[in-house]
Write a protein that binds this ligand. Structure first.
Ligand code: FAD
Length: 284
């Protein structure tokens, strides 16, 4: 297990996720967003890898930019369609830049691209990082309380999650969900299987219904029927969608924290507004 880069006093870990902007305006917007969210004193910001059409360098650039502003940041790294040499090179670059905290993923191939590369699953990436870099990095991995859409079945997915932890992951962040029971059940199952790492819930604030529905279809996160029906009913009334979404997601976070979730990881989509409102409502 790697030494945690997180503050020793942090009994709960709060973090915000960004994607790397690829225009100068996007960079400026993200800086403003970072400044606003930094006032909430999260443990770290994380920056996705390869998502949104950005290049790999944008992830490192964004992480370094956040660090230059004085805040802790962790890059995501995905291994699909990568060679061992290219991953080794990237990890070395991260290490040389003083980065000690990673979110390690398999990633998804853009549609139409055939799978290629020297890694098949995230457990292989985690094992590779440990083999090549020992305990240099504190490694987070992804977990799926509603199960990964490509998993053969739920039990298999749990076993695959366990493989990542056994390969050396220190902590996990979940896919977002709106059904707290799925998370509690998942955590109970993990504990029963001897998986002891913190499993931090991933939280997706609700801003736009069409976007949320598209993400959820792609990643297998369920929008419960009652939430979907309400959101659909609001049509283009963005204010009502946001107001309802804030109520739903604040209640979810409240429930999770009441039931001892080890923290919260917000998928911000590079917007500070919803996450900071939820934060304030929770009185964090
Ligand atoms: P894995 O853990 O490898 O699992 C993928 C699938 O393979 C699962 O169905 C699993 O059951 C199965 N599996 C795993 N191991 C084995 C095995 N040894 N044998 C057989 N089957 C196996 N994507 C990005 O591209 N960039 C990002 O920055 C990014 N950040 C993310 C952050 C978080 C917190 C989360 C939850 C997801 C993120 N994703 C990101 C999405 C992620 O890449 C996808 O969900 C991807 O499909 C799976 O990645 P994974 O690391 O969970 O894969």
């Amino acid at each position: 297990m790697a030494a945690s880069p997180l503050a020793p006093h942090a009994s709960r870990i709060f973090s915000f996720e960004f994607f790397p902007p690829n225009t100068p305006e996007g960079v400026e917007k993200l800086r403003a967003c970072t400044r606003q969210l930094a006032q909430l004193k999260p443990e770290f910001f994380s920056v996705t890898f390869g998502a949104g059409g950005s290049t790999r360098e944008h992830t490192l650039d964004t992480v370094l930019d956040i660090r230059t502003q004085g805040y802790a940041a962790a890059p995501h790294i995905s291994c699909i369609a990568s060679t061992r040499d290219s991953i080794r090179g990237m990890l070395q670059k991260y290490k040389d830049n003083g980065i000690r905290h990673l979110v390690a993923l398999r990633g998804d191939l853009p549609s139409g691209l055939a799978a290629a590369g020297e890694f098949r699953y995230a457990n292989e990436l985690v094992a590779f990082i440990r083999e090549e870099f020992g305990d240099t990095f504190f490694i987070e991995v992804a977990a799926y309380p509603e199960y990964h859409p490509q998993a053969k079945n739920a039990q298999d997915d749990l076993l695959n999650f366990k493989r990542k932890v056994e390969a050396g992951a220190d902590s996990a962040i979940t896919q977002y969900f709106y059904n707290a029971d799925a998370y509690y059940h998942f955590v109970d199952e993990c504990r029963a299987m001897g998986i002891g790492v913190p499993i931090v819930p991933g939280i997706m604030p609700i801003g736009r219904f069409s976007q949320l529905a598209r993400f959820s279809d792609a990643c297998g996160a369920e929008i419960p029927r009652w939430i979907r029906r309400k959101l659909e009913g609001y049509g283009d009334d963005t204010a009502s969608i946001r107001a309802f979404g804030l109520d739903v997601v604040t209640d979810l976070c409240d429930d999770l924290l009441e039931n001892d979730a080890p923290g919260l990881h917000f998928y911000t989509l590079n917007q500070a507004g919803l996450a900071s409102t939820i934060w304030q409502r929770l009185g964090l």
